[in-house]
Design a protein around this ligand. Structure first.
Ligand code: M6R
Length: 600
């Protein structure tokens, strides 16, 4: 996820801003850049590593802003790296988040301004340029421009002749650090933790003017005083934003990740979705079959999507483990749409399958997190899941973002094929919008999950059961637990228990059962009784069933329709995490596993 840094003071701006960018490296990035200000702006930026970014010392520089970029609009190129400037090179802007309405401004500004990047950010620099030309002061110029933008973003701006930095926050974090002789800015305190632990967190709508010895903040027409707080973290803890492991941090990032996946893409009122896909109605109606190709967690997201697509877009769907995939000669490539689901966009098995589909003449879509990845480049179309970087080997937030994005694709195809009424589509989109809040409720119940995980950590094995949408989630829950705790864990369709796995069930094999909307909960309840009568403790992950007589422990899932199993999965992630933590496993880097599996 992108990171912003800023520094105003008499120190060596170049060295300080470069170091604070290094501090933000853990967030993941594909390009980086810095703007330093003396009499002019000195902008240095490029794709690749911060270590490769050479920023000369500018002895009289009074301030600097820096940025690590995780591409969302435009590939990870030098030109798309931040900071961005205006036509006169008087203004430098860094930005996190997404400007939903940037295209409108880009069209309007195109004739009178020269754009040098594909980013949404650059419009901010040109809009500020116009304000300054009209005699507006930089602070007010930023305020005026921010009031025109929609989306979630944080920005930092400086300009020739200006004293300090203007920072603005709208649904994307920014924190100011107060030191004796300087002031810092960061996306989180990690950026400057070695200089100061005294901080002010900006709130939505805040515009701050940051100078070396003062900070003034306004929100709307009001001047506001924000509390100074002392951060308890040391530099080591802050590296993971205060979490012990990236995995736990990424589990907690899910509400934000889901919001990003939805941002600017849905219209609840009309029941429509905009995924920047150019698939004609005629083409969508001509599709006979969708083939989903993926591995591991992404495969389970694909299984979830298959249920959605069959139910709402009226399309026959087959889901293929990518390493097993063949494009069968009896399938018509013109009528087969192949969707590769892949967080990294680089998984060798999925890439090989994508190439097979492409070679057979099928149309392909990559659903991925990684801008500029091989599959994003090779597929005919790409839809980004916008999770931000995932560093822990165990996929967590990307599963949620994949399912959310594939749900959007389902609504898009269902509407194009006239198989999904606008009222039904509106209901699905409303449910999607409620997912971030529902996940937050689950995260707030983490202490109960931790206690449960501690109680059962030394079990012989763990089983997960669920039907329909609950089935891929049971498989994903088991995968998460086995890969980070090294315990035996398996997921089953509830109905399959009696066909074999029931022989494994004992008093020392807890069963985690998913009983929510979309999981045939009443039928799963029979399976719960089957395992209970063999003495197995049952943890019910449920929105549907009165818990008291049934489960040993209940994890409550907020009601969000067909998205409930995705929310239930957050309990399973936390359960896996705390079992593994109890055993002191190498959670972020489990043995024998790699984040991006680029070998077949
Ligand atoms: O990058 P991809 O989504 O293509 O990766 C596929 C699998 O390797 C991946 O989902 C793996 O199963 C997870 N790391 C498990 O948590």
């Amino acid at each position: 996820m992108c990171g912003i840094t800023g520094y105003v003071g008499d120190g060596d701006c170049s060295a300080i801003v470069t170091k604070s960018l290094k501090n933000l490296e853990y967030r993941g990035y594909d390009s980086a850049g810095i703007a330093l200000l003396d009499d002019v702006l000195h902008i240095h930026k490029q794709s690749g590593q911060i270590d490769d970014l050479t920023v000369p010392s500018i002895p009289n520089a009074s301030c600097g802003i820096g940025h690590t970029r995780w591409s969302t609009h435009g590939a990870p190129t030098d030109a798309n790296a931040h900071p961005h400037s205006d036509c006169t090179e008087q203004v430098a802007v860094v930005h996190n988040g997404i400007i939903d309405n940037y295209e409108t401004f880009k069209q309007e500004l195109r004739d009178s301004h020269t754009f040098t990047s594909e980013t949404d950010t650059e419009v901010i620099a040109h809009l500020i340029e116009d304000e300054l030309k009209n005699g507006v002061q930089l602070r007010d110029a930023v305020e005026n421009v921010v009031s025109m933008l929609s989306g979630s973003f944080a920005i930092a701006v400086t300009a020739v002749g200006f004293d300090g930095i203007i920072a603005a926050r709208q649904d994307s974090p920014l924190v100011i650090g107060h030191a004796a002789d300087a002031t810092f800015l960061g996306s989180d305190v990690t950026a400057f933790i070695e200089h100061t632990q005294t901080v002010t967190f900006l709130e939505d709508g805040d515009i701050a003017h940051i100078k070396a010895d003062s900070v003034t903040i306004a929100n709307g027409d009001e001047h506001v005083e924000r509390e100074k707080q002392t951060v308890e973290w040391n530099a080591d803890a802050a590296e993971k934003g205060g979490y012990d492991h990236y995995m736990r941090k990424e589990i907690h990032e899910q509400p934000h990740a889901v919001r990003q996946a939805l941002s600017g893409r849905i219209n609840e009122l009309s029941g429509t979705v905009d995924l920047d896909l150019d698939l004609s109605e005629e083409y969508c109606k001509s599709i006979d079959e969708i083939q989903i190709i993926a591995c591991g967690t992404s495969y389970y997201a694909g299984l979830y999507a298959a249920e959605l697509l069959e139910q709402h877009a009226d399309i026959r769907v087959s889901v293929h483990i990518a390493s097993e995939y063949e494009f069968r000669a009896n399938r018509d490539p013109w009528r087969t749409l192949v969707i590769a689901v892949t967080q990294s966009g680089e998984t060798a098995d999925t890439l090989r399958a994508l190439r097979k589909a492409d070679g057979a003449g099928a149309r392909t879509i990559a659903v991925t997190n990684t801008v500029g990845s091989t599959m994003a480049r090779e597929a005919n179309d790409t839809v980004y899941i916008r999770s931000g970087p995932e560093i822990g080997v165990a996929a967590t937030k990307t599963f949620a973002s994949q399912v959310i994005t594939l749900t959007l694709l389902t609504v898009y195809l269902g509407r194009q094929r006239n198989s999904l009424a606008s009222s039904q589509a509106s209901t699905i989109l409303k449910e999607l919008s409620a997912v971030p809040g529902a996940i937050q409720q689950v995260l707030d119940a983490e202490s109960t999950v931790r206690e449960t995980a501690e109680e059962f950590a030394n079990s012989d094995a763990f089983f997960f059961i669920g039907r329909r949408y609950g089935h891929p989630v049971s498989l994903e829950g088991a995968l998460k637990l086995k890969e980070i705790s090294y315990d035996h864990a398996e997921g089953f369709a509830g109905g399959e228990l009696k066909h074999g796995p029931l022989a494994l069930v004992t008093e020392n094999t807890p069963v985690l059962a998913i009983l929510t909307e979309g999981t045939n909960a009443e039928d799963t309840l029979h399976n719960v009784k089957e395992v209970e009568s063999r003495g197995a403790p049952v943890i019910g992950v449920t929105s549907e069933i009165d818990p008291n007589p049934v489960f040993d422990i209940t994890f409550r899932v907020p009601e969000v329709g067909l998205m409930e199993p995705v929310v239930a999965n957050v309990y399973l992630q936390l359960f896996a995490y705390h079992v593994a933590d109890q055993k002191d496993r190498s959670i972020d880097k489990p043995r024998n596993l790699a984040k991006s599996v680029t070998v077949e």
